[in-house]
Design a protein around this ligand. Structure first.
Ligand SMILES: [Zn+2]
Length: 261
């Protein structure tokens, strides 16, 4: 039986996909990728992002959020717009995000923290999972999660040690696994992903970024089966069983729905 997958993190609303989005999506569907979670990054793109998701009902599912990279472009009213969208569109969004902290941008860190906490509150209010971006800031992200014990979600594009991975899992979070799993020099992260419980793993490409080594950009959701295969090999597990497990994990975290946004 053909394997079925979800790409739990792909930016199909980005500029580079505008000319050939149909082909990109069709190619992935042919390989068994049935669902695509499209996270938000900045307020100015939410409108187009939702338009794209409406064009592919039951395939593309949106989450809205402000990526840590873009926080400085957002005046206070952007978060108000986000809150109103979630209040109005109850049931239309599968998650909130992406949001989180990125230590590569220390100049905006306090603003990142403030917006991150607002996203957390919104997620708890609507009982929705969070799509977290945590780069070089695991201690700060974990400390924030401790203050929101009801929060749940995924740490997308997880990179870090086994101990950090287990700390997220203990807080009820899943780990999003992307191209890092085929990067031979990512020893620490590969060791973590080899040993965490399979019940906490999700597959993602982070398209158009995070391409597999040696491949030309843009990365696309068609790489999901390759990521699954590499993860299965790393863990010494049967590929079909791991694919089914990751699919069940995605279904447990995200209430896939087709309500109008
Ligand atoms: Zn992303």
């Amino acid at each position: 039986m053909a394997l079925k997958f979800a790409d739990t993190h792909c930016h199909l609303d980005f500029e580079c996909f505008r000319a050939n989005l149909d082909a990109v999506i069709q190619a992935a569907i042919t390989l068994g990728v049935e669902r695509f979670l499209v996270p938000g990054t900045q307020a100015s793109n939410w409108g187009y992002q939702l338009d794209v998701c409406r064009r592919y009902p039951s395939r593309l599912f949106p989450a809205l959020g402000i990526h840590p990279y873009f926080v400085e472009q957002h005046a206070d009213c952007s978060f108000q717009v986000l809150s109103e969208a979630y209040a109005r569109g109850r049931g239309a969004y599968v998650a909130i995000g992406e949001t989180g902290l990125d230590g590569r941008y220390p100049g905006s860190f306090s603003l990142q923290q403030a917006l991150f906490e607002q996203h957390m509150e919104l997620a708890v209010l609507h009982d929705l999972p969070l799509v977290l971006h945590a780069v070089r800031a695991h201690a700060e992200v974990l400390a924030t999660l401790t203050r929101y014990p009801r929060a749940r979600g995924v740490v997308h594009g997880f990179s870090g040690s086994y101990e950090v991975a287990m700390a997220y899992i203990e807080k009820g979070f899943y780990l999003g696994v992307g191209g890092v799993v085929v990067r031979a020099n990512a020893h620490k992260t590969r060791r973590a992903l080899a040993n965490v419980p399979s019940g906490r793993l999700l597959l993602e490409t982070d398209s158009p970024d995070m391409g597999l080594p040696g491949e030309n950009p843009p990365n696309t959701p068609s790489r999901i089966p390759t990521i699954c295969q590499a993860l299965a090999r790393l863990r010494g597990e049967d590929e079909a069983a791991l694919a089914a497990r990751c699919q069940a994990n995605a279904d447990a975290l995200f209430a896939w729905n087709n309500q109008k946004v």
